[in-house]
Every structure is written in C-alpha cells, then in structure tokens.
Design a protein around this ligand. Structure first.
Ligand code: UDP
Ligand code: MG
Length: 158
C-alpha cells in the first residue's frame, strides 16, 4: 500500500513581502497535495537555529538565520503521495538559475540567498521541521472529497 507523506513548506519572508503567498500555495494545491496546516508567523531565533541546524558553521549560516527572520513566513504542511520529493521538484534547485524552468524558484527568484520557498528534503527532515512549527492539533486531515459531499447532500434530501 502506498502511504501518503507529509512535508513542511514555507513561503520565506521575501515571498511574503513580494505578494507571492497565493501563487506559491497554488502550485502545491493544483498539483493535488492537500494543505493540512497553515499559518503566518515570525520565526524566533530558536526556531531558526533548529530549522537550519544542519547548516551551522557554513559561511552562509548567519545570513540564512537573518533572512528567515527578516519578516513573517507562511508555514504549511502539505500531504500527498510522494509529497516530499514531489514538492522539491515543484520548487526547483536551491539556486534559482539552476532550477528547472517553470519551477517556483526558477519562475520567481533570482539568487539562492533569496529563493522564496522552503521544502523539507526527506521524510525525516519533514517530521522534524513540522514539529518545530506545528502542534499535532494544528494539522487537519479530516475532510471529505467532493463526491462524498455530493452523495451526502443527495441522501439528506431523501
Ligand atoms: N543558502 C544560501 N547560500 C548557499 C546555500 C544555501 O543562502 O550557498 C540558503 C538558501 O536560502 C537555501 C537555504 O540556505 O534555501 C538552505 O540551504 P539548502 O542547501 O538546504 O537548500 P534547500 O534545501 O533550501 O534547497
Ligand atoms: Mg535544505
């Protein structure tokens, strides 16, 4: 049986500031992933360090911490088949000029320092990152598909 994956996505502060929240969410929704958690927040220093712990000590690390805290982000959890790799594919490579044409980063960003979107790189990272930004009770997996709603409403009519 194929299991659905969850992944952590964030519209970074430059994406929020540039008015690209809707555009970015739309890319994931129209792919068919389900948004199961969504919030706008100011990243704290503690969250930033936890999120990017793997990059500690790298030359770009201090600037990265500053970047992710430079304004609010829109954090979300999306769910779907193979969602971790699929979301990364939609986002494109870290450097927007290496990213495949049509991806979010290729379409809306110019440099890797301001690449407007984050997505977890593995199921393990996703689980860890979701825990940094969301409580389990902030994730909503219930919800009926349209055909179920239609049948229900027709049944209610009798
Ligand atoms: N980054 C940067 N300079 C670099 C590499 C990365 O500013 O040389 C930033 C960039 O915003 C990137 C983030 O650090 O998205 C995390 O880097 P990673 O290699 O994990 O890239 P990602 O997983 O976001 O594609
Ligand atoms: Mg990464």
């Amino acid at each position: 049986m194929h299991t659905e994956e969850r992944t952590f996505i964030a519209v970074k502060p430059d994406g929020v500031q540039r008015g690209l929240i809707g555009e970015i969410i739309k890319r994931f929704e129209t792919k068919g992933y389900k948004v199961i958690g969504l919030k706008m927040l100011q990243v704290t220093d503690e969250q930033a360090r936890a999120h990017y712990a793997e990059h500690e000590g790298k030359p770009f690390y201090p600037r990265l911490l500053k970047y992710i805290q430079s304004g609010p982000i829109v954090a979300m959890v999306i769910q779907g088949y193979n969602a971790v790799a699929g979301a990364r594919h939609l986002m494109g490579a870290t450097d927007p000029n290496q990213a495949e044409a049509g991806t979010i980063r290729a379409s809306f960003a110019q440099v890797k320092e301001y690449n407007i979107v984050h997505g977890s790189d593995s199921v393990e990272s996703a689980q860890r990152e979701i825990g940094i930004y969301f409580n389990e009770n902030e994730l909503f997996t219930e919800g009926k598909c349209m055909s179920e709603l239609v049948v229900e409403s027709l049944d209610a009519e009798g």
